[in-house]
Design a protein around this ligand. Structure first.
Ligand code: NDP
Length: 270
């Protein structure tokens, strides 16, 4: 029987994970199955226990279960611990290892696919929700000069800064301090509602990359539209991150790294 994997979430109608992992499995010759499990909102832990008992080898976890996924783990990666959330679990007997590959995927897309190094750069991170939390430690490991966090609710940005303070220079800023950054990363969910986080035009001046974690929004990304209008030379949505976070999970489970470039190109062109 094929090794079983799954993605847990609710709702899952939109999830592209089964397609991505089927493609990885096919191209790397791995014998596995990958299914969607739309657990009831109050029933994640029971559904996960059942999946493990039935022989599941690992899973991805998406909204709203990423925090509960962490609570189910017996071991946490440092990234998952600081993010306070896991998007990937690996099962080995009684051992449940939790990782958060969102930030790993973001970094890989920016540095490897888009050829933009964070080393020595000034980074503006918009947002302080789950995705921003997952991204911060991998971003700090890449050696930026500093990361400024700007969030609609400043207290959340401050709490996040305090959690990672020992790992690098992180400051919390307001919109009026948003200029002078090389790389702009929108980790808010504003694009999902067709808006751009409150930012002055000066925030886009001189930036070399604008990246929006959102992808596939019918109305596009107002943030990326503003970046293009302001002359930012490189803009990208979160499709590359989506594929790369899946690739990092696949590598953790199967100890082989799947090819990602063609799939990202195909998904971007759809
Ligand atoms: P959360 O709900 O945890 O956090 C949302 C964040 O966005 C908060 O910081 C919130 O601010 C801010 N926000 C929401 N609406 C607005 C607005 N109108 N203006 C300014 N700020 C706003 O979401 P996640 O962190 O999980 O996800 C964020 C985005 O990242 C989503 O669009 C998601 O699709 C995307 N994502 C993409 C991935 C990929 O693989 N490409 C992976 C994971 C996420 P406040 O604190 O004030 O509420």
């Amino acid at each position: 029987m094929s090794d079983r994997y799954a993605v847990f979430g609710n709702p899952l109608g939109h999830s592209r994970s089964p397609m991505i992992h089927a493609r990885f499995a096919q191209e790397s010759g791995q014998d596995l199955s990958y299914e969607k499990i739309e657990a009831p909102r109050s029933g994640f832990k029971a559904a996960l226990r059942r999946f493990i008992a039935e022989g599941g080898r690992g899973c991805n976890v998406t909204a709203p279960f990423k925090i509960e996924a962490l609570e189910c783990a017996t071991r946490l990666s440092p990234t998952a611990r600081i993010a306070g959330a896991a998007n990937t679990l690996c099962f080995d007997g009684a051992d449940v290892f939790a990782e958060n590959t969102d930030g790993i995927g973001l970094l890989r897309d920016i540095e490897t696919n888009l050829h933009v190094s964070l080393r020595g750069r000034r980074v503006l991170l918009l947002g302080a929700g789950g995705a921003a939390r997952g991204a911060l430690i991998p971003m700090l490991m890449a050696g930026p000069e500093q990361i400024s966090i700007l969030n609609r609710t400043p207290a959340k940005a401050m709490a996040l800064r305090d959690m990672v303070a020992e790992h690098g220079k992180v400051t919390v800023i307001g919109p009026h301090e948003a200029s002078g950054h090389d790389l702009l990363i929108n980790a808010t969910s504003a694009s999902l509602s067709g808006t751009c986080p409150a930012l002055p035009d000066a925030a886009f001046e001189g930036a070399s990359l604008a990246y929006d974690l959102c992808y596939g929004t019918a109305g596009g990304s107002p943030f990326l539209e503003r970046a293009v209008a302001a002359g930012v030379p490189l803009v990208a949505d979160g499709v590359g991150m989506l594929v790369e976070q899946a690739a990092a999970a696949f590598e953790l489970w199967r100890e082989t790294r799947p090819e990602t470039a063609d799939l990202i190109k195909e998904m971007r062109n759809k």
